[in-house]
Design a protein. Structure first.
Length: 332
């Protein structure tokens, strides 16, 4: 029989790619979400509300892997209502998944729960790894801390291994993602440093993210917290330069903190998303033998610009007609 992979929050950015990836690996994929909008179209869809048990819980029985990605987006203003919803959506989904696992006659082998590399404090001189990293302060850090506390506090059968995925910015050529936003800024001539430009950026190419999930699934000795990020950590200034070079864009207007504040209000988001330093060292992956295919940012950008959208990402570039794009090598 095929092994089962259950993905909760399957209609989000990461969920769509994970669903397609495991379906292509021949797994029996169950995509659980509040609604069908945004799903990749792979696997069996089951509906849930992210808070209470339902028929969806039966899918966890004997599963090889359960991945919980559910939680309200942080790309919003941090007013009182949004703060409450951001936190509660993560805690509630984590608790109900644990309840479902405890009800299984044959518990899942692995439960991976989403987390974030934003938990680490700002450090100018060194990266933060899973063993020696220090948590910072602020709302986003508080969310991650309580999220992980809820995850690890849940008592489960000994057969279920738990991992919290402290993930950096995942890069894929999709509308509304970090890659698309930075690409748009650069093409508009606004690809200069943001704020001081010295804040570090933890990122990972979507392909390496998917490979890292499989790597962690296969290694029975890894549990607890894992940083999912590339092995290099550019500053914001370096990040923007790489995007400009890929686009052959010489114009690069910087954005001061006050300018970002105005823009964030207009876009109904927070400047923290671009100004906070995230310097997460993927030490556990590296020391366990994981190898990145796209660990160098310029190479990752070059690869992604030729794989726009979910379907193109999973299709080898050599099998697609380049058309007129071969005459435009400088395009991102």
């Amino acid at each position: 029989m095929k092994s089962t992979v259950v993905i909760l929050g399957a209609n989000g950015f990461l969920g769509r790619y994970l669903t397609r990836h495991f379906a292509r690996q021949g797994k029996e994929v169950v995509a659980i979400a509040r609604h069908r909008h945004g799903l990749s179209g792979d696997g069996l869809f089951l509906e849930w509300d992210g808070r209470t048990l339902g028929p969806w819980a039966l899918a966890l029985e004997g599963a090889e892997l359960v991945i919980n990605l559910a939680g309200r987006t942080v790309n919003c203003r941090y007013d009182t209502a949004n703060r409450r919803e951001i936190l509660e959506s993560r805690l509630a989904s984590t608790r109900v998944v644990a309840e479902a696992i405890r009800g299984c006659r044959v518990p899942p082998k692995v439960w991976m729960n989403a987390s974030s590399a934003t938990v680490y404090r700002h450090a100018e001189d060194h990266a933060q790894d899973e063993w020696q990293g220090e948590s910072g302060d602020g709302f986003s850090v508080e969310v991650v801390r309580k999220w992980e506390q809820a995850f690890f506090a849940e008592m489960l059968p000994g057969e279920t291994r738990k991992l919290a995925l402290r993930t950096g910015m995942v890069l894929a050529h999709e509308p509304g993602t970090v890659f698309a936003v930075l690409r748009g800024l650069v093409r508009a001539g606004l690809g200069g440093a943001m704020g001081k430009g010295t804040q570090r950026v933890s990122w990972i190419h979507m392909g390496d993210f998917l490979r890292a999930i499989e790597f962690l699934l296969r290694d029975p000795l890894i549990d607890g917290v894992v940083n999912l990020a590339a092995p290099e950590f550019p500053t914001n200034r370096e990040l923007m330069r790489h995007f400009r070079e890929a686009a052959a864009m010489p114009l690069a207007l910087p954005a001061a903190r006050w300018m970002l504040g105005i823009g964030a209000r207009l876009l109904r988001t927070e400047t923290e998303l671009v100004l906070k330093s995230r310097w997460a060292d993927p030490r556990r992956l590296r020391e366990s033998g994981f190898r990145w295919q796209h660990g160098h940012l310029p190479d990752a950008i070059d690869h992604l610009r030729e794989h726009e959208g979910l379907d193109a990402f999973f299709q080898p570039i050599g099998s697609r007609s380049m058309g007129a794009r071969v005459w435009l090598p400088g395009r991102v």
